[in-house]
Write a new protein. Structure first.
Length: 487
């Protein structure tokens, strides 16, 4: 045997012996038994507003020592028992703000929640909201479970403690202390109490000042948003997240502020006002909303809302009182119309969305008008206002045949010249591609700045002509709104 081959053979023999001993030794090693991560002390959810409502976009876990040796692939995460995609992992402060140094806070950024079409128009994965069917309002889930586990063949350390595959930690979020909402943190939140007419009403408010307003040396416009029925209550974050109200501010990447920055203006103030029950409430006690079946559509909150708005404007001298814009969706669209009839001269323009102020009621035969809820005198009163309606043809909650369509046609017949409407065939969005939302959710188009066509008013010979097929004229609702001033 040649020397080189002998050396190789000896080496192989040694390796074989070593390998045998390794097998024996490794065979004695016990497999890792998964443990609870005792070093984890608490956890918070990061909530983001999407076009479909709120979603959990991240979790922040607090440990008792610094966290090291991890990547985004180190962990598997479930929120509300749904497996989520981890997009990024980093050390942070307690609010999830990234740190360049190791800290005891671990933030896991998650992919957008999955949204699928359902019998209600869309189903949102692991939403932090639940819907109270008895009160018809959204509310925070009483318990929102977070599950964190170490993935296969992964590990990380907390101080001197090493955690390995299948080690896990669970936490239930039950209070606002463990909800982080960056998009609404920049808003000024307060309340306004109205004590007149024998009423004691407290409305919750949130306001957002445009970036740079303190330095632009001019007054700025105000956009007012009135929420739908599901966003009533006393937690203004439910109002701001139930509909993507942050789309009106720079808190969203997609927002409408640039339309309001003409002539070096900083942009528009935004004010959201929340009712304890619903805007269509006639008693202040909730219950079945008055949708005009009984004639009068007065709201219990009319004067309280007007006072809450004027109080905010009076305390904000930077607002241009000739450029105050009022709008809202569904119940909020109803209240937009109601305020138009009661205090219309105060505002520069209106943008009612899927508005629920009933125009007329029919007899049982469906063809004979029983009574008009919006009288000819009311039409005459508002025909010279600046109004842009928005609704979907397939709205199954607020039938446009009984609400917006006849009102729009009657305004045109009365000689209105600056009244427009956009009708869409259905409701789709930008966040959840390929998903058809409930046809009532037309506010999605507004917050996505996707209202870019309007009805050709010259084609309207009857109320039935107010439909998407005739929505052929170029025109952006927000661009138009930004140019309106009080007469």
């Amino acid at each position: 045997m040649k020397k080189g081959k002998k050396v190789f053979a000896v080496a192989m023999a040694v390796a074989a012996v070593g390998g045998l001993s390794c097998v024996v030794a490794c065979g004695d090693k016990k497999p890792h038994e998964p443990v609870n991560m005792d070093a984890a002390e608490s956890a918070s959810i990061i909530v983001t507003g999407y076009e479909f409502g709120p979603g959990v976009s991240g979790v922040v876990v607090e440990f008792d020592d610094v966290v090291k040796g991890f990547t985004k692939d180190t962990f598997t995460v479930k929120t509300a028992n749904k497996t989520r995609t981890v997009q990024e992992a980093y050390c942070s402060d307690e609010k999830g703000v990234k740190s360049t140094d190791a800290t005891k806070y671990l933030t896991l950024q998650l992919g957008m929640p999955k949204v699928t079409s359902s019998m209600w128009g869309a189903s949102v994965e692991a939403s932090p909201f639940t819907y109270d069917m008895t009160k018809n309002v959204n509310k925070w889930a009483e318990e929102y479970k977070i599950n964190l586990a170490v993935a296969e063949n992964q590990s990380f350390t907390v101080g001197k403690v090493k955690y390995q595959a299948k080690d896990s930690y669970s936490y239930n979020v039950t209070t606002s202390a463990n909800r982080i909402i960056p998009q609404t943190a920049t808003w000024n939140k307060d309340s306004y109490t109205y004590n007149q007419d024998g009423k004691d009403i407290t409305l919750t408010r949130a306001a957002r000042k445009p970036d740079g307003a303190d330095a632009d040396n001019q007054k700025n416009p105000l956009i007012i948003w009135l929420h739908g029925m599901g966003e009533g209550g006393t937690d203004i974050d439910i109002d701001l997240l139930g509909n993507e109200v942050t789309g009106l501010t720079s808190d969203n990447e997609t927002n409408v502020q640039h339309y309001f920055k003409s002539n070096d203006s900083a942009g528009a103030y935004v004010l959201a006002v929340q009712t304890p029950t619903m805007w269509m409430d006639t008693t202040g006690e909730g219950g079945k909303p008055n949708d005009g079946e009984s004639g009068e559509q007065e709201s219990y909150y009319t004067e309280a809302l007007y006072a809450a708005i004027t109080d905010y404007v009076a305390k904000t001298p930077d607002i241009d009182t000739d450029r105050i814009y009022l709008g809202g969706c569904s119940n909020g669209g109803y209240m937009t119309m109601n305020m138009m009839f009661k205090h219309g001269d105060y505002f520069a323009a209106f943008y009612p969305i899927c508005e629920a102020y009933r125009d007329r009621v029919y007899e049982a035969d469906g063809t004979t008008i029983k009574h008009l809820n919006i009288t000819d005198a009311m039409i005459e009163q508002i025909k010279d206002y600046n109004i842009w309606f928005l609704q979907s043809d397939n709205d199954g909650t607020v039938n446009p045949d009984l609400y917006m369509r006849p009102t729009f046609k009657r305004l045109l017949d009365a000689g209105a010249t600056n009244v427009f409407a956009t009708m869409t065939p259905n409701v789709t969005g930008m966040d959840a591609e390929g998903v058809n939302y409930d046809g009532h959710w037309s506010w999605i188009y507004a917050f996505n700045d996707d209202v870019r066509k309007r009805i050709d008013n010259t084609k309207i010979t009857s109320a039935s002509d107010v439909k998407n097929e005739n929505c052929t004229v170029d025109g952006n609702m927000w661009d138009w709104l930004s140019k309106q001033t009080k007469a």
